[in-house]
Design a protein around this ligand. Structure first.
Ligand code: 5GP
Ligand code: MN
Length: 336
């Protein structure tokens, strides 16, 4: 953040303020961890804070401290609009484009309140007065830690804040294994554990609270639905809504499935296609230089990071998979 921006932000936060925090559609661990981490910090500083999500999020995140105060815009529109109307600062976390918050975006952009953008996705839109943006950060949670540090309150990070921030760093780094994990990430995480985040408990709450159905769905994906293209170092998994129903799909059940494609030796490009609400949601992951952010932007109305991106497709599931397979030859060189 520029020094002048930080100074202005500090001045703004000197008084008790009405603050709104918003994060992206289908919030993940980093989205909820960063939003609630910032929520707990600002609440500690006596601000009146409201977290708004565009839609619901998985049950394995519902234990995060402050979770019971979150407003789901898709359920409580009026309440959310009122909070936005009253806001004196709007923090937008873990997304780079207003499209990522869908219908909520209009109300955020219409508000005259200054915006604070905290994000690690490339090419952020230019709407904020305050920008804490770094594509090298492992997660938005890491940047929320940086913000608290910049505001001189590092020593005030307590258990609730630490637990939220630990969660998002853990989930966005694939439990500290992706190349976004730096020595600094580990130092921050060490501080969060010292501040009260119980790392093994958090890991259990996120990863060991599966239903039997979810485990069986994963088994089905790997056994029946994975297609491997060794010549293109690519693997894909696809699921129709009928298949989701067969396994009593609950939100979050397909999270992480795409990563299994990359767990095969030699595979550098993994794709996952799932039919939901009449559309196809796509997820892409890569290892090394292959840029899935560019790929998702070019072909699937999406984006993300170099090694993790997503998008949409308006054609059917089979047609989407066929389209994807048809694209592979033109990327043969890049996938070598
Ligand atoms: P996931 O595959 O887990 O849904 O998303 C992976 C990454 O891509 C995340 O960082 C997410 O922010 C981004 N992403 C997912 N879906 C979309 C999308 O539809 N549009 C854009 N711009 N980014 C997306
Ligand atoms: Mn993130």
């Amino acid at each position: 953040m520029k020094a002048a921006e930080l100074k202005k932000l500090k001045t703004l936060l000197k008084k008790t303020r009405n603050i709104v925090i918003v994060t992206h559609w289908s919030p993940d661990g980093d989205a909820m961890g960063s939003s609630l981490g910032l929520y707990n910090y600002l609440a500690l500083k006596k601000h009146k804070v409201t977290v708004i999500t565009p839609n619901d999020y998985p049950a394995f995140l519902a234990w995060l401290p402050g979770n019971n105060k979150v407003i789901d815009f898709s359920v409580e529109q009026e309440k959310a609009k009122k909070a936005v109307e009253k806001a004196e600062l709007i923090c937008t976390l873990d997304f780079n484009s207003m499209q990522r918050i869908e219908r909520l975006g209009k109300y955020i952009l219409d508000s005259a309140a200054p915006k604070l953008l905290i994000d690690h996705h490339p090419q952020p839109e230019n709407y904020a007065s305050f920008n804490l943006h770094n594509t090298k950060a492992s997660s938005t949670c890491e940047l929320v830690y940086e913000l608290i540090h910049l505001l001189g309150d590092r020593k005030r990070i307590e258990k609730k804040i630490a637990s939220c921030l630990y969660t998002g760093i853990m989930t966005d780094t694939g439990s500290f294994r992706f190349n976004s994990t730096t020595p600094r990430t580990h130092r921050i995480v060490a501080e969060l554990i010292e501040a009260g985040a119980v790392n093994h408990e958090i890991h259990g709450r996120i990863y060991d609270t599966n239903t039997e159905d979810r485990m069986k769905l994963l088994g089905y994906c790997l056994c029946e639905k994975m297609k491997v293209f060794p010549g293109y170092h690519t693997a894909l998994i696809s699921l129709s809504s009928a298949e989701l129903e067969r396994f009593n799909y609950k939100k979050g059940d397909t999270e992480g499935v795409v990563n299994y494609a990359l767990a095969i030796e030699g595979i550098r490009f993994g794709a996952f296609f799932v039919e939901r609400d009449g559309k196809i949601k796509t997820s892409f992951r890569s290892k090394g230089d292959f840029d899935v952010n560019k790929f998702a932007r070019a072909h699937f109305q999406g984006g993300g990071h170099r090694n993790a991106a997503g998008g949409m497709s308006d054609i059917g599931l089979e047609e989407t998979v066929t389209k994807f397979e048809g694209l592979l030859p033109s990327y043969k060189k890049e996938l070598e």
